[in-house]
Design a protein around this ligand. Sequence first.
Ligand code: NAP
Ligand code: MG
Length: 521
Amino acid sequence: MTATMDRVTPFENERIKTFTDGGDVAAMEAALAEVKRGLGRSYPLVVDGQRVQTRKRIHSRNPAVPSEIVGETASASGEDAQRAVDAAERAFASWRLAPAGRRASVLFRSAALLRERRFLYDALLVYEVGKSWPEADADVAEAIDFLEFYGREMLRYAQPQPVTPIEGERNELVYIPLGVGVVIPPWNFAAAIPIGMTSAAIVAGNTVVLKPSSDAAIVAAWFVDLMHEAGLPAGVLNYLPGSGSEIGDLVVGHPKVRFISFTGSKEVGLHINDLAAKPQRGQRWIKRVVAEMGGKDAIIVAADADLDAAVEGVAASAFGFQGQKCSACSRAIVEEPIYDAFLDKLKARVASIVVGDPRNRETVMGPVINAQALESISRYIEVGKREGRLICGGRRAEGEGYFLEPTVIADVAPDATIAQEEIFGPLLAVIKAKSFDDAMTVANGTEFGLTGSVYTTDEKKIERARDEFFVGNLYFNRKSTGAMVGAHPFGGFNMSGTDSKAGGRDYLLLYLQAKSMSRKV
Ligand code: NAP
Ligand code: MG
């Protein structure tokens, strides 16, 4: 299987729209109107290319206006799940042999279609998960990047791999797919994560059962149709919406499933890892588990930092998409000499954040994802008020939707609940550090290790953090969010996951196994 890379251009990141351009604004307004007209549509399961309706339905709501149903999907039963795995197993027999170039071209065509429909996807994310316009566009741009990047990566892995020559033998090593995979994404990067995980598994020659997040199942349904439009054969990608707690164990524990690719919370990730480790009757392999999980990400602000830049970076990282990013800054660790000045500036900066319906272009912070999240974050805010000093926010913001004010709590102890547990909302804990050494100890003092950032002008502190700050993605003098495909391969240490480095050169290996062949000549 030789593939040609000479016909593809080198990978480049898609530009993210800022919506300062009048044409983009008009296109987005039109897309929002079009998505609104299609609200409430019904999306069946897709198994073996067939659409299957179920009696039970899942409603995806607009978190800014919860009475508004964005769409409804089927809700798979155990039997549907069984049929989806069977379909994926049948499709694997031929898809595994499809040339890498053909598989990659499905991704490239999908990227082209997604680019054509970019504003519609942006608009859908505004409605389905409450993203502001630029946050929605960054999500869709990242999805396009994953398709372009993994397509090229597969062509690279399909090229002859270096092995040491031995006289009298012709030796080679080829990468082959694993089999049937279950892909389980979260809702927060509702385009990028499901599209990235699914396309990586598929381009590597595997077949997939995609169980979307119940909070973002419509965008996943759009994508499954788009992949088929781009030429994906029936059965390679099966769409199986359903409650994770109802059908999750069945698909994860299924003996014909070879691997599980999960992104989500630590609790669910550990449960999946545990279940997948138990061999089931008829199972012939050790299941592979890719599990990318939560974070408790910190930004260290050193005494010598550019204070304005640090305040900007912390505010953007803590409150972008309402703090609902695994890479969000949830702890600002600030050296004592500048602590008060930092808090004053941060308070003023946070006051400028516009909270509201993300359909409006001016909105910076939309709603949190659902009623349960609103309640859980509100509980943490109450705990935080006892654990520290409320600087700003702390209440629900106006509107029918799940709106919360951006909230800052200062003087938080490093071992406080709000400094240890992932909250996944617009709540920032500020911790005072006696020294840079102390800051580093506090930063590393949780079970997580996903992203981190350091604001400093001191080369020695940078060196120190390079050696000591134990996170999968470390940044200097910039925000802790906004990893770019190819430039910042993404994945965390410790309880943040298996360090899969999505968007990096090692990622496709997670969906492949190597076969070594030697022929006497
Ligand atoms: P979640 O509650 O763990 O859900 C993730 C997915 O797992 C959903 O599709 C969910 O389905 C499914 N699920 C739930 N129970 C299951 C079970 N028993 N078996 C199989 N699947 C099951 O996470 P979330 O709220 O969607 O996302 C937020 C979390 O994701 C945060 O912790 C965040 O840090 C993490 N995250 C990590 C990264 C990273 O790269 N490290 C990136 C993004 C997000 P239902 O929707 O039907 O429950
Ligand atoms: Mg929703």
